[in-house]
Design a protein around this ligand. Structure first.
Ligand code: ZN
Length: 256
């Protein structure tokens, strides 16, 4: 339950630091505490916990750069090393990209799919918040296209990691929630399972895998943790299971 989640594939790049937060950590008193990454941070708790988590993966004295996530398809590119994290968070977007070393970027999720993306040739990193609505708007495909447009990344060279999200085992949705995907993926069927009348089980990982391949990613460059947040009460937050709950932080940084 204190175990951070990492992608083996990303670990092979010595220039990268990345991790997905567990639910718990040991505080300075040796007590078990939950990572708390939410809210307006009146008491500085969120800041402290983010700092604490970054330190646990060897990132010290650096703020986390994240955006105001709105379940959309906007992509924020951190290309100005002088911007502060307080300025960046004012941007509403659901993906961040940067080529600047020493800037940890991240997304917060609880059931939505967190995705990390890396261009090992050009040293560009990205973090994506792909929930149902982001996936419906093809956010991963748009990120791959944006990396190509801005950095001239080649889709076939990109490495992609899917973090823990609510799985096809637990993510029951209404008919109207699957309709946009049926329109998007008329020839595919492995991204959902039929439930009771009018109900479906949606598989966000499968949807994004199809989207990623449509964008030109190679199947062998797509890695998935394949862990369902809703099935993992011991170590992960899940909005579906708990309602009001915490968030999982998925972060990546190019070493300075
Ligand atoms: Zn599950």
């Amino acid at each position: 339950m204190f175990e951070k989640i990492k992608f083996n594939q990303f670990e092979t790049f010595s220039e990268l630091v990345h991790a997905i937060s567990p639910r718990y950590f040991r505080n300075d008193q040796g007590k078990t505490e939950e990572f708390f990454f939410l809210g307006n941070d009146k008491n500085g708790e969120k800041n402290y916990h983010v700092k604490r988590f970054l330190e646990s993966i060897g990132i010290t004295n650096k703020p986390l750069y994240f955006v105001n996530q709105v379940h959309g398809d906007k992509i924020y590119i951190l290309d100005d090393a002088d911007l502060t994290s307080n300025e960046v968070v004012k941007f509403s977007a659901d993906a961040l990209l940067t080529h600047i070393p020493g800037k940890p970027i991240g997304v917060f999720t609880a059931d939505c799919l967190p995705i990390l993306i890396y261009d090992p040739r050009l040293k560009v990193i990205g973090a994506i918040h792909a929930g149902r609505r982001g996936s419906e708007q093809s956010i991963l495909l748009k990120v791959v296209r944006e990396m190509n447009r801005v950095y001239e990344s080649r889709p076939e060279e990109l490495i992609v990691g899917f973090g823990p999200a609510i799985g096809g085992c637990c993510y029951e949705v209404e008919d109207d929630c699957v309709q946009p995907f049926k329109n998007m993926l008329p020839d595919e069927a492995n991204w959902f399972r039929t439930g009771l009348p009018g109900k479906y089980f949606l598989n966000l990982v499968a949807v994004n895998k199809i989207e990623g391949e449509k964008a030109g990613l190679l199947p062998e460059n797509i890695f998935s943790i394949d862990q369902c947040t809703c099935c993992s009460a011991q170590n992960l937050y899940s909005y579906r299971r708990e309602g009001k709950t915490g968030r999982i932080l998925t972060t990546i940084m190019l070493r300075p």
